[in-house]
Design a protein around this ligand. Structure first.
Ligand code: CMC
Length: 409
């Protein structure tokens, strides 16, 4: 038995155990005007506008970026000026490009984005202001440039920065692929940018808010958010979903695969389930329609067939528990249809390129209007106070510490 436990039992703090919120579920950490998620109805609005309405009316991603940073939609002149600031951001310093180039070709695009953003933080001592939407727009442009350089690096291509055009999507696709993109691909990327642009306070936004609540610079906030996005329970799911479709391989294998893996609880169904949505995520519907609009062919068409068959089985088996397709279920197929490689966390990196707007908008809103250091507490359930014995007097403790779970109520 561990010495401390043997000698004294629990501390008084254990009485506070009921205030521990596992996974911060249903904990509210800020006020926001940006995004509202209605998880029971499956509705998503950006500053009051339904995401389906924004897509249906043919909005440019930059209009929605402006909405997030300025609170209202732009006029034509305001949009032109705003795009100008984003385009200034495309010109990231050569040293930042070089930093990305030092990584192996096998690197994760998200790791490269973190590297690029950290380098920008190092090159801008003093960081960015929290009250300046124009420099926030430049940061979005920098993220577009870093993503382009990172993708080209893992694709084995020489670095190339985006150039100004009539849309961020077109500039980005030209920079990544060196050819004039088809209109339907420009439209699909534009829609994907909008669909992933913000989603209230998921793990990534929360991680970034924790960082900027210390008044760290905006770049550092983005690095923290990227780190939290990377894992397979959040943005990393996009690529895991594609691996899952590949693993199944053919619609005829869906039932057998589902029983063997999901029903047997060996694996979670990737691209299904959400902390807030207990019904169909509206973004999943929109991404599915986008994948159809791209007329997928060959391998991606076969994966789309697997996806649709698996969706039916998944909803049949898990729907009554409130587990439905989330945004990441079909988004990878859209990225694949546009021509991005399904490896190196490339799809999570594309997700991050959209989400950077939401992250920064939350950072500005939080720091400018409701700032307070985010510093929660932990309930201590370890050994009682005990005397420290110097190394030469210490006898070996043979017993292992009991698992934490055994001390939790
Ligand atoms: N497949 C099978 N069972 C599931 C799934 C799933 N995808 N999601 C949740 N469950 C079950 C889980 O096993 C648990 O069952 P039980 O009560 O019997 O133990 C119950 O539902 C509650 O799950 P939880 O993990 O406590 O729920 P959570 O709110 O903590 O997790 C989630 C949400 C998104 C992490 C989870 O649904 C998941 O891991 N999904 C798969 C990964 C994924 O698609 N992530 C993308 C998230 S949404 C877009 C984004 O942010 O990128």
């Amino acid at each position: 038995m561990h010495k401390g436990i043997e000698s004294g039992g629990w501390t008084a703090e254990r009485n506070a155990a009921e205030v521990v919120s596992s996974g911060l579920e249903d904990v509210y950490i800020e006020w926001t005007r940006l995004t509202h998620v209605d998880g029971d109805r499956g509705e998503l609005t950006y500053s009051g506008y339904a995401v389906e309405d924004i897509l249906g009316k043919g909005a440019l991603a930059e209009e929605v970026m402006y909405l997030f940073l300025h609170g209202e939609l732009p006029s034509a002149g305001e949009l032109r000026r705003f795009r100008g600031y984003i385009e200034e951001g495309y010109e990231i310093p050569d040293q930042v490009v070089a930093t990305i180039g030092l990584a192996p070709r096998s690197a994760s695009v998200v790791a490269l984005q973190m590297q690029g953003m950290s380098a920008l933080s190092a090159f801008s001592p003093g960081g960015q202001r929290y009250d300046d939407p124009d420099s926030a727009a430049r940061l979005i442009g920098q993220m577009v440039a870093i993503t382009s350089v990172s993708l080209r690096h893992v694709m084995g291509k020489k670095s190339r920065l985006p150039l100004p055009s009539d849309s961020v999507s077109r500039s980005f696709l030209r920079a990544v692929f060196d050819v004039e993109p088809e209109e339907k691909k420009v439209d699909a990327l534009n829609a994907a940018l909008i669909l992933y642009m913000d989603h209230e306070v998921p793990a990534s936004t929360t991680a970034g808010l924790v960082a900027v609540s210390t008044l760290a610079d905006l770049y550092s906030g983005v690095v923290a958010a990227l780190a939290a996005l990377k894992g397979p329970m959040h943005g990393g799911a996009v690529e895991e979903v594609i691996k899952q479709f590949r693993d199944i391989g053919d619609p005829s294998r869906v039932g057998e695969w589902f029983a063997e893996n999901v029903l047997n609880k060996k694996k979670k169904l990737m691209g299904f389930g959400h902390r807030v949505y207990k019904t169909y995520d509206p973004r999943a519907k929109a991404f599915k329609a986008l994948a159809s609009s791209l007329d997928l062919s060959g391998g991606s068409a076969a994966l789309f067939d697997v996806a649709k068959a698996l969706e039916e089985v998944g909803i049949y088996a898990l729907g009554q528990k409130g587990i439905y397709p989330n945004a990441d279920y079909y988004s990878g197929l859209v990225y694949m249809g546009i021509g991005f490689p399904p490896s190196n966390d490339a799809y999570t990196g594309l997700f991050a390129m959209s989400r950077v707007t939401g992250w920064i908008a939350h950072f500005l809103e939080y720091v400018e209007e409701q700032h307070r250091l985010i510093r929660p507490r932990a309930v201590y359930v370890g050994p009682d106070r005990r005397e420290f014995s110097p190394l030469f007097e210490r006898r070996r403790v043979v017993a292992e510490l009991p698992p934490l779970r055994s001390r939790m109520p």
